[in-house]
Unconditional design. Sequence first.
Length: 440
Amino acid sequence: MNHPYLPRAALACLFTAALLLTACSGGSESGGDSSSSDGLSGAALIKRVPFAPTPDPDSFYDQPEPFPAKAAPGTVIKARKVPFRPGLSIPLPGQAWQIQYVTRDANGRPLAAVTTVVKPLLPSLSAHPPLLSYQFAYDSLGAQCTPSRTLRGGIANYNNQAETLIYILGQLALGWTIVLPDYEGPYSAYGVGKLSGQAVLDSIRAALSFQDLGLNAETPVGMMGYSGGALATAWAASMQPDYAPELNLVGVAAGGVPADLFGVVQRVEGGPFMGLILGGIVGANRAYPELLPPAILNEDGKALFEQMKDGCVSDNSALALFKSLSDYTTVADPFSTPGAIAVRDKVTLPQPGKAPTADMFIYHETFDEIIPVAGTAALVDTWCDAGTPISFVRGLAGEHVTGTVAYAVPALLYLTARFDGGLVGGIVEPLIKLGARRCN
């Protein structure tokens, strides 16, 4: 695969962003307090997670004790410099750090998550070099599968390494600082949009306040992700106006958005992709244990969940082939239980009354065999009606995986235009809109 390097002269950013300088006030949507009354945080919270992953042996990932529960979301807890070895464990030039920071779980309770920040290989030519939050499609349940592991040489998650070859080197050559969050949180809650969205936004806050990056209140911010990474990206975009309004989010590129997790599961049931998507159900159950309580899992289900709990995307994709979720439950229709009905709306976009205000480039392959394009089209319709400025492209390049490659360069061009806003923006944005449906 070719590295999508773009002309560095394209970078001349005219946007501004605000840093989170003090603790946010107000309700849980602003990220200022916990919406849960149980008082749990950090390690105590993780102990209650069903089919939890084996803890990472690296103590850097441990939840702090005592937990700084009153700290504002995005507060840096600790940081360390790490080697940058994002693909095939090959060391690359460039400075990288891991940051542990405060965020919230899906129920508003404090957690510590980890993100990786990387300085660009080349300096930006713009007056205000931008920050891009890139969300990997890591789609995994185990601690060894996270982006922070891959970026410093881990080889367990092949998906992340492939994405690195497509995107990351080109982005770094553009002079963009990159922040790459472990947005599933410390217990790998794959598929939980609210937790992921908050972790992305709080990761951006942490990066903006991290002095070694040299960012400041005039740093423009963009977000990008495909497939599982688009889930986190789209949720973050929809939550940003209320949860992190101080961020000046100038552009969001999201491809193959899994807007309806349950709909995706039902789409792939009985086929070769069931293991991949079933991981999202296991992950969602970690945040919402009422979804699949042990009482409705049969022995095969309990054994499968135990087998999957530490798996990366490639491991779990080889499981549950041509199976249905009901093969692993004691109920005939696990999607119609009271718990499943209650959880479905919590893991589905759009959320009532929530819509992005930042400009978006959304793309989805028409013949996507894993994530139906209809779900993304319905999401775009709702957000367009709510006033979100969107360019939406239905691709014809192939299927789900080819969509990653086909739209890598267009997504980077889009972000370049959003960061620039001048001559480059005037040339590139009309090209991006060719063949796209544009609203607002």
